[in-house]
Design a protein around this ligand. Structure first.
Ligand code: GUN
Length: 292
């Protein structure tokens, strides 16, 4: 039987409507317009698309957006100076430096330099630490998006075995952490698999909820999952181009085969992807509220 599709595009739309109402209220009651600054270094086409989408989402929701595009050879000092200016700018509540940064820049230094109260990515170690303690204001965007996708699809995590594949700082590590937390998190039993895992399939077959964020198409095949699993596919892999030159995208999961066994699954595109930007908007509004 084919799985239920977890439609990120629709859920994201619903959340954006809720956010738009909050923004209106912030403006009316407090005269505060949430503001997001984005910084992009260089010409990477993927990064340009992402930053463009963030800017567009701000404009649609009524969030003030300030975008700075800089050449790839911008010095670390100049970038740090810009971050400092934005830290001090009261019109800006969130600062996002698009990653990856060029190799000559120490990304960790730049992330450290962002005021933790404006760190809407939740990448600053202060916020990562608070996330681990379960006390933070911000949740990282993609993991938060995953939690909302499940919650709004009436899929409970309580007591389930959640298997995460991939240990990135952006997705794997934080989602594993959030899933095991209580009361704000998933209260699930969590297994984190990575490139050092021996016999990956032995673990993925045990998953009630399988979250995959590795960046390789078809890493998870049908023989690696059990009947009735819920699959969250975070991968966005460019596997070719249409005759018109548009990128053909695929996730990390062999969607066609796995959906035959799964109870529910996210598509790529249209699953986790739209949620990431929506949760960035959510964090920007949270930061603006905290500034009142
Ligand atoms: N590059 C890829 N994903 C992200 C993200 O969520 N935030 C930032 N700042 N850079 C990214």
């Amino acid at each position: 039987m084919a799985a239920k599709l977890i439609k990120g595009t629709e859920i994201s739309k619903q959340i954006r409507e809720e956010i738009a109402k909050e923004i209106e209220e912030l403006k009316q009651k407090h005269g505060v317009t949430p503001g997001l600054a984005t910084i992009l270094l260089g010409e990477d086409p993927g990064s340009k698309v992402y930053v463009g989408q963030k800017e567009k989402a701000c404009n649609k929701l009524g969030i003030y957006s300030e975008r700075t595009d800089l050449p790839a050879d911008t010095s670390e000092d100049d970038l740090l100076e810009l971050v400092k200016k934005l830290n001090d700018n009261p019109k800006i509540h969130g600062i996002l430096v698009q990653l990856p940064l060029p190799k000559h820049i120490d990304a960790e230094r730049v992330i450290y330099a962002i005021d933790p109260d404006k760190d809407v990515d939740c990448f600053n170690p202060v916020n990562v630490g608070k996330l681990m303690l379960g006390t933070g204001r911000f949740l990282p965007c993609t993991p938060h998006g995953i939690m909302e996708l499940l919650r709004r699809s009436d899929i409970t995590t309580e007591g389930k075995h959640v298997v995460v594949v991939g240990r990135s700082n952006i997705v794997g590590k934080p989602i594993a952490n959030m899933m095991m937390q209580r009361p704000s998190g998933g209260n699930a039993t969590v297994t984190l698999c990575h490139t050092g895992t021996k016999d990956l399939a032995a673990f993925t077959k045990m998953a009630d909820i399988l979250i995959v964020a590795v960046g390789h198409p078809k890493t998870i095949t049908a023989d690696m999952v059990k009947e009735g699993v819920v699959v969250i596919d975070v991968g966005v892999n460019r596997i070719g181009k249409t005759p018109e030159g548009k990128a053909i995208l695929a996730g990390d999961v062999d969607f066609d085969a796995v959906q035959e066994k799964a109870a529910a699954i996210t598509p790529v595109p249209g699953g986790v992807g739209p949620m990431t930007i929506t949760m960035l908007m959510r964090n920007t509004v949270e930061a603006a509220k905290a500034s009142i």
